[in-house]
Design a protein around this ligand. Structure first.
Ligand code: NDP
Length: 295
């Protein structure tokens, strides 16, 4: 039987509506809009697109969007001064520094400067520790969005066996931590893992975040498993086509013949990331004003 398709686009749209409603209530209570500042350095084309769509989504959710576009030759000092200014600005609840930064800049030093209570990407050491210690914090948007999709489909994840493919700071590691916190039994696999197919075959939940087009094959999947494909990979264009097709890290047609449920690419995890960013900003705004965080 073909797998159920997990519609991340619809889920994200519903989440954005919920955030917009809560943003209106916040504005009434606080006497101001919640605010998200995005800092972009340089002219990387993909980053420009991401920043523009984050700004649009922020405004559409009834929040204030502050964009800081700095030239590619910005110095470390100038960038750090912008982050300090945003930390001090009472109108700013969330700060996001768009990565990657140009090579001459030290991204770790910049992230370390962000006020952890405004760190809506969940990348500061403080928020990493809060996640590990199961305290309230702000956690990375993409894995948090994956958790929402998983819990929506499976409910309580206690005792489920999960394999996370990938161990990046942005996706794999926080994903594994969120799953452990939800009482799943978690294996983290990476490029040094031996016999990946048999590791994956043992899992009720598979999260693929490796950045390798269609690497996870159908015969790696345990029948009935839930598969969350984080990968976004553009294939080379077919002859005559301007753009190549977008595919995930999972061979979708093969895997969907075996899995119980699966996210498509595009339209699965991708749309969740911005929706969770808006949600994180709203949560930060409520904490900032000492208001109860809406459910
Ligand atoms: P990274 O490149 O930072 O990490 C990739 C991870 O995959 C590493 O841990 C690496 O292992 C592991 N890996 C690479 N090749 C293999 C292999 N052959 N076998 C097993 N493990 C392997 O990527 P990200 O975590 O940032 O992103 C992963 C994917 O998710 C990308 O396609 C990216 O575009 C996508 N993405 C999607 C988002 C969304 O909004 N949907 C947001 C963020 C990312 P090792 O550590 O050993 O090198």
């Amino acid at each position: 039987m073909a797998a159920e398709i997990i519609d991340g686009k619809a889920f994200a749209a519903a989440l954005r509506d919920k955030v917009a409603e809560a943003a209106r209530a916040f504005e009434k209570q606080a006497g101001r809009k919640a605010g998200l500042a995005v800092v972009l350095v340089g002219d990387d084309a993909a980053s420009q697109v991401y920043v523009a769509s984050k700004g649009k989504a922020t405004v559409a959710a009834g929040m204030e969007s502050f964009e800081h576009r700095l030239p590619a030759d910005t110095t470390q000092e100038a960038l750090e001064a912008v982050v300090r200014q945003l930390n001090a600005d009472p109108a700013v609840d969330g700060i996001l520094v768009q990565l990657p930064l140009p090579a001459h800049l030290d991204d770790k030093a910049v992230i370390a400067l962000i006020d952890p209570d405004k760190d809506v990407d969940g990348l500061t050491d403080t928020n990493i520790a809060r996640l590990a210690n199961q305290q309230d914090g702000l956690f990375p948007c993409t894995p948090f969005g994956c958790m929402m999709l998983l819990e929506d489909r499976l409910g309580d994840l206690s005792g489920q066996s999960a394999v996370v493919l990938g161990r990046s700071q942005l996706v794999g590691r926080p994903m594994a931590q969120l799953l452990v916190n939800a009482n799943a039994t978690v294996t983290i696999a990476h490029s040094r893992t031996r016999d990946l197919p048999s590791v994956v075959r043992g899992a009720d939940i598979v999260i693929a975040a490796v950045g390798r087009p269609e690497m996870v094959r159908g015969d790696w999947i345990k029948p009935g498993a839930t598969v969350i494909d984080v990968g976004i990979n553009r294939l080379d264009p077919a002859p005559g086509a301007a753009k190549g097709r977008l595919v995930g890290d999972v061979a979708f047609d093969e895997a969907s013949a075996v899995a119980g449920a699966i996210t498509p690419v595009p339209g699965g995890v991708g749309p969740m990331t911005i929706a969770v960013l808006l949600r994180n900003t709203l949560v930060a705004a409520h904490r900032h004003e000492s208001l109860a965080v809406p459910a």
